[in-house]
Design a protein around this ligand. Structure first.
Ligand code: GTP
Ligand code: SPV
Ligand code: MN
Length: 608
């Protein structure tokens, strides 16, 4: 049976793309095919249809114009790492930290699942560019999806529509990405079933084929599982492209920071999911004279430039940010950006048709409808918003957006930060002894698990370079790639620091106020880059002298400040043992330089 197309392929669509769309339509059997142009009219048609079907709730236009609330199925609220696969020809190329599946066998499984999976639905053809259109670092893709929620999100998160299609028509390479929620409305015998507000499937497969550069995603409508330009392409597939072509695809924010003397710096930072990237990218420094502007909040693509420095672009066009904890106190820039034209997923609904989440205001409203659609009052034990509830908003709606944020050439990076959520052991800020030590610090990042993926929140896990769920190849080869790139950059390489905003006291409260005050740690790092201040050489790295961290106006008792920088020999020896055990799984592939760094720390501990 062939499929009726309601919008014929645009005249500019190249033959190979049209053939692929037809092939996937033949397999998935949608009722119709719509080629997305990315226009406002198209977007509004989709919103109207989703509001009419009950999938979306239009928020009060007086309070939050052109904004919508979606409630997912309770089983489909985060990335599913256990169902995420790297299907490289060789298992060793996926490495011990990824789920691997043999590509031909996985394709067969997927063909079975995708057969007829779009019956009764529309298949949207979504051409997109990651990075500014036509930029030398930018890349093209086409997502096929049966989810209108995906279309409206991709329109915000990427450069989506006719211009991207035109770039493909001009011969640009593109990555094919196929997505289905896995909830056909008509079965193989022609029997119909009604749609639900958030269709998905209990069986989920988020699969990547690094050699053929394809993405197939089945069963989930949620964020990183379904918006295939984001983690699937811009990290898992792009990290492989980057390995092969000599660049870096990283889970990093990018920011521009200007000092009191007018000097401009650019910085990237890798923190695991839900560990503060969006917040740092939109930082409002509490110390006078410093300004932060946002370039990106989640992903950085970095390439050595002609001057031997590392240049970064943000491949995305929007923010898919964690809602809970976002307030006028913590991140006013984000909250203000959400004033209009925002998609909210799994937050609570107020009686006047606006949104709320834990941490948005000190006191919750007296009545809400929670993320599950149930009545909620402050007496209720359960959360009103899901801990991984999110907003989707265009990057240029943030007042902090930098004027060079979409420069196709990227911004030159001075400093790289690595961080995570660590209640103990890791100081507020540490300078590494150089690139190799920096790569060691990145490779050994561990962090307490958050709600951004399935799993038990709070458990400490290794998340090297914040890339554990996102590296498309063997993690040890990835470290080797970082070491090689550092060698080729030489003096032009950014300086590497480790930070930790999440250290706790014995009672379990955060020692450091965080948010806008994080600028104080960055100020010290930049003063180090400029050679303005000395540091204290310790076994783990270089720490600030107490007088050099700017604590003016900060209500932080001496003993808490000391505790923030405490490094304990016994605890760190134990960390070293755990690191050695962790490294073992990489066998022969583990770069010797990382074992050497471990050895240096042990020697320094013994000598200190
Ligand atoms: P992903 O989008 O999942 O990659 O997350 P992210 O790294 O961008 O994290 P985000 O900035 O959204 O922060 C996640 C949570 O950490 C939010 O609830 C924030 O309020 C909280 N958070 C961010 N920065 C700080 C900080 O400096 N201190 C403390 N205590 N909490 C923070
Ligand atoms: C993350 O989990 O790191 C996110 C959200 O940024 S998602 O798009 O779901 O990956
Ligand atoms: Mn992220």
């Amino acid at each position: 049976m062939s499929v009726e197309t309601t919008t014929a392929p645009p005249a500019i669509a190249p033959a190979d793309l049209v053939a692929w769309v037809e092939e996937i339509a033949e397999l998935t059997q949608p009722d119709e095919i719509v080629w997305c142009d990315g226009s406002v009219e198209e977007r509004d048609r989709l919103y109207d249809a989703m509001v009419a079907s009950g999938m979306a709730i239009r928020l009060n236009p007086e309070l939050r114009p052109d904004s919508y609330l979606f409630r997912s199925d309770p089983s489909d609220v985060a990335r599913v790492e256990s169902r995420t696969f790297i299907c490289s020809e060789r298992e060793s190329d996926a490495g011990p930290t990824n789920n691997w599946a043999e590509p031909a066998a996985m394709k067969q499984t997927l063909r079975g699942l995708f057969a007829g999976c779009m019956r009764g639905r529309t298949m949207y053809v979504i051409p997109f560019s990651m990075g500014p259109l036509g930029g030398t670092i930018s890349r093209l893709g086409v997502e096929l999806s049966d989810s209108p929620y995906v279309v409206v999100n991709m329109r915000i998160m990427t450069r989506m529509g006719t211009e991207a299609l035109a770039a493909i028509a001009e011969g640009g390479d593109w990555v094919p990405a196929i997505h289905s929620v896995g909830y056909p409305l008509v079965d193989a015998d022609g029997a119909a079933r009604p749609d639900v507000a958030w269709p998905c499937n209990a069986e989920k497969y988020i699969t990547h084929f690094p050699e053929t550069r394809e993405i197939w995603s089945f069963g989930s409508g949620y964020g990183g599982n379904a918006l295939l330009g984001k983690k699937c392409y811009a990290l898992r597939i792009a990290s492989v492209l980057a390995r092969d072509e000599g660049w870096l695809a990283e889970h990093m924010l990018i920011l521009k920071i200007t000092g009191p003397d007018g000097r401009v710096y650019h910085l990237t930072a890798a923190f695991p999911s839900a560990c503060g990237k969006t917040n740092l990218a939109m930082l409002r420094p509490t110390i006078p004279g410093w300004t932060v502007e946002t370039v990106g909040d989640d992903i950085a693509w970095m390439r050595p430039g002609p001057d031997g420095r590392l240049y970064a672009i943000n491949p995305e066009a929007g923010f898919f940010g964690v809602a809970p904890g976002t307030s006028l106190k913590t991140n006013p820039t984000a909250l203000e950006a959400l004033d209009h034209d925002t998609i909210f997923t799994n937050v609570a609904l107020t009686d006047d048709g606006d949104i709320w989440w834990e941490g948005m205001t000190d006191e919750p409203p007296a009545h809400l409808v929670d993320w599950l659609g149930n009545d909620w009052t402050p007496e209720d034990e359960r959360l009103a918003a899901h801990p991984n509830s999110r907003f989707t908003v265009r990057a240029d709606q943030a007042a902090s957006i930098s004027d060079n944020w979409d420069d196709p050439a990227g911004v030159p990076i001075d400093v790289i930060l690595f961080g995570g959520r660590r209640a103990t052991n890791i100081p507020l800020v540490t300078e590494t002894y150089g690139w190799e030590h920096g790569v060691f610090v990145g490779a050994t990042v561990s962090s307490e698990q958050t709600a951004a993926a399935e799993g038990s929140v709070g458990a400490l896990r290794r998340d090297p370079f914040a890339m554990l769920p996102f590296c498309g190849y063997n993690m040890a080869d990835y470290w080797a790639h970082w070491l090689d790139l550092g060698n080729s950059l030489g003096e032009g390489a950014p300086k590497v620091f480790q930070v930790n905003w999440f250290r706790k006291d014995a009672d379990g409260s955060f020692l450091w106020p965080g948010f806008g005050d994080n600028a104080r740690a960055i100020e010290w790092a930049l003063r180090r880059v400029n050679g303005e201040v000395e540091a204290v050489d310790r076994f783990n790295g270089r720490l600030p002298r107490p007088e050099d961290l700017n604590t003016e106006g900060l209500d932080l008792p001496e003993e808490r400040l000391t505790a923030l920088f405490d490094v304990d020999h016994a605890a760190w020896s134990e960390e070293c043992d755990l690191t050695e055990a962790y490294f073992e799984q990489f066998g022969e592939k583990l770069p010797q330089a990382l074992m050497d760094e471990l050895h240096h720390i042990r020697v320094r501990i013994a000598e200190e």
